[in-house]
Design a protein around this ligand. Structure first.
Ligand SMILES: Cc1cc2nc3c(=O)[nH]c(=O)nc-3n(C[C@H](O)[C@H](O)[C@H](O)COP(=O)(O)O)c2cc1C
Length: 146
């Protein structure tokens, strides 16, 4: 197992607005794959009046994370998967989670992002276009996800 920990953060736009039960079903086999590859992380499903978006943080050995992302980015359930950040990480933020799922409406997501850093943002599209805003959101979720 590689000792270098790698992380990748992307945002995407959902094509179908899946509910929590449907997403948990999707994540069943995904979690098994992640576990086998030593990948952990968080999948955020964000929803507002305009649509639904994903933010996913993947962490693990570099090759495993990149392979997972290649697979995920080809998935037709979402489009415009855009990497906001990738690189070495010091420690896992979601060590206990082969893929934690959190569903958030726009308002709590904007509130969570605000609690850590960055200027106020008034809508999800603005928040998701901004790397520091999304990273704030992930940091906040890591704090509440345990
Ligand atoms: C938003 C989203 C997140 C996903 N996350 C993962 C994941 O963390 N790990 C994984 O193996 N598959 C994940 N999947 C499923 C993959 O995209 C893919 O369908 C699955 O791995 C099967 O790939 P394969 O048919 O190439 O084996 C995700 C799909 C979506 C739409």
């Amino acid at each position: 197992m590689s000792s270098i920990l790698y992380q990748l953060l992307y945002v995407s736009t959902a094509v179908v607005d899946l509910n929590e039960r449907e997403l948990e079903t999707l994540l069943g086999p995904s979690r098994l794959k992640n576990e086998a590859a030593d990948v952990t992380g968080l999948l955020l499903h964000l929803h507002d009046a305009r649509g639904a978006y994903f933010v996913q943080h993947l962490e693990g050995p570099q090759r495993a994370v990149q392979q997972a992302f290649e697979r995920i980015s080809r998935d037709e359930l979402h489009v415009q998967a855009t990497v906001l950040h990738c690189g070495q990480a010091e420690r896992r933020a979601f060590a206990a989670w082969p893929m934690r799922l959190l569903m958030l409406e726009a308002e709590p997501a904007l509130d969570l992002a605000k609690t850590v850093a960055g200027p106020n943002r008034t809508n999800l599209v603005d928040l998701l276009a901004d790397r520091s805003g999304v990273q704030s959101l992930i940091t906040s979720c890591a704090a509440v996800a345990h």
